[in-house]
Design a protein around this ligand. Structure first.
Ligand SMILES: Cc1cc2nc3c(=O)[nH]c(=O)nc-3n(C[C@H](O)[C@H](O)[C@H](O)COP(=O)(O)OP(=O)(O)OC[C@H]3O[C@@H](n4cnc5c(N)ncnc54)[C@H](O)[C@@H]3O)c2cc1C
Length: 382
């Protein structure tokens, strides 16, 4: 019996309507899974974290994790829509009552897509405090200029949570001060100071580069206090890491299921390849690693849902799960021999997709650095 069995069963049924050939065609043309996202929205799966008073299901991160895990385990990809689940957390936690009442019910119903999250910049990289996209106050508006990179789903979102500087770094006491969060209405912004340029990558992820040239954003669209934005963004990252970790667990289960099934059925030298321990052991090891990572995902999710601090656990869950899914992916390819490379098996596509999660939304080295300094008290190296 797995956690959230009813949810898993329903999500599996939905995913069965979107089999391999659907994803293969999208992957070939790098197009967005519009029908899949529409169905997830229609069935209410993307609004489970929104409180009931705003029209969501008011469930916890454990339930949301089960949804994303099943999507990935089924061979689908939640990357096209997962941000609709958690990006709203910044609005929910730090928005005013008026902002929440205006946007959250429409995000919950799917009328508004809030799944773009603009943090990363080409020159600052992981060192977020060095971001330079600047919002200059001009009466009732901010005028935003600068550039973002790797902003996923920007072309498929109505709203974007955007982190900008409102005070330059050298004028701040602390480097993490002086940043603010703006809720940008993309429908009004595109062509009026915002240009979106898609980036073609090794996976179908609808990621883009954004150029801001004197884009006007009403001051009324700032979430929370001016200058506190970095803290607001950080506070949403645990949810993102736990949910991505759950996707990796789903990927790992997909690869392990496929590899063990193929090992039993493929016959070479007059016997099933799975009779050879050289084939069996890596698949068993992948299962062991995935199972351990899954426990950490559950631990992080339980702490999160209990309102306890969970930064280290969320980071560890993301690291362990992304490494477990990658090992399972590699093992699955090896088990399939040449067939692992054939598009129609979906394995090479999932292999490319799951590799992302050792880099984004946070790379492994940065997680190790967090654990070294926060959990083990070692000196900071940057
Ligand atoms: C497909 C895709 C989708 C994405 N979607 C989004 C999105 O929607 N929104 C968004 O804001 N961002 C997004 N990102 C950006 C992503 O979060 C970053 O790519 C990631 O955080 C790594 O940052 P970077 O690419 O700038 O790498 P860098 O910071 O340039 O780092 C490069 C490498 O050096 C290592 N490194 C850096 N500093 C240190 C150090 N001090 N010690 C040891 N190692 C170090 C890193 O671990 C990494 O391996 C996306 C990225 C990709 C590829």
């Amino acid at each position: 019996m797995e956690r959230h069995d009813d949810i898993r069963e329903a999500v599996r049924r939905l995913c069965a309507e979107f089999p391999g050939p659907y994803w293969q065609a999208l992957d070939r043309d790098r197009t967005y899974p519009t029908e899949f996202v529409a169905e997830l929205t229609r069935q209410g799966w993307l609004s489970v974290l929104i409180p009931e008073e705003y029209g969501g299901a008011g469930l916890g991160i454990g339930a949301a994790s089960a949804i994303l895990e099943e999507i990935h385990r089924s061979g689908c990809n939640g990357g096209a829509a997962h941000a609709q689940m958690y990006v709203m957390g910044t609005l929910l936690k730090h928005g005013s009552a008026a902002q929440k009442a205006e946007y959250l019910p429409r995000v919950a119903s799917g009328e508004l897509r809030l799944q773009a999250f603009g943090v990363t910049e080409p020159t600052s990289g992981t060192d977020t405090t060095r971001l330079t996209t600047f919002a200059r106050r001009d009466g009732d508006v901010y005028r935003v200029s600068g550039q973002k990179i790797w902003i996923s789903r920007a072309e498929h979102s109505d709203l974007m949570i955007l982190l900008v500087r409102t005070t330059s770094r050298d004028e701040c006491d602390k480097s993490s001060d002086g940043m603010s969060v703006l809720l940008v209405d993309m429908r009004e912004a595109v062509g009026k100071g915002l240009t979106i340029r898609p980036i073609r990558t090794m996976l179908n992820h609808a990621t883009t580069e954004l150029f801001f040239d004197d884009l006007e954003v009403p001051v009324a669209n700032r979430l929370g206090e001016e200058g506190q934005g970095f803290r607001y963004i950080l506070s949403g990252m645990n949810a993102e890491r736990i949910l991505i970790a759950a996707e990796c667990i789903g990927d790992a289960k997909f690869f392990i299921d496929r590899a063990s099934a193929y090992a039993k059925e493929r016959s070479v030298f007059g016997r099933a390849i799975g009779e050879n321990q050289g084939i069996q052991f890596p698949i068993a090891r992948a299962h062991v690693q995935m199972s351990a990572a899954e426990l950490m995902v559950h631990k992080a999710a339980d702490l999160y849902d209990a309102g306890e601090p969970c930064g280290t656990e969320a980071n560890m869950a993301k690291m362990l799960a992304s490494e477990a899914s990658w090992f399972a992916a590699d093992t699955c390819i090896q088990t399939h021999g040449g067939f692992g490379f054939a598009e129609e098996y979906d394995i090479e596509r999932k292999f490319r997709e799951t590799r992302l999660y050792q880099v984004a939304p946070i790379s492994t080295n940065l997680i190790l650095s967090h654990v070294a300094t926060h959990a083990l008290g070692m000196p900071k190296s940057f």
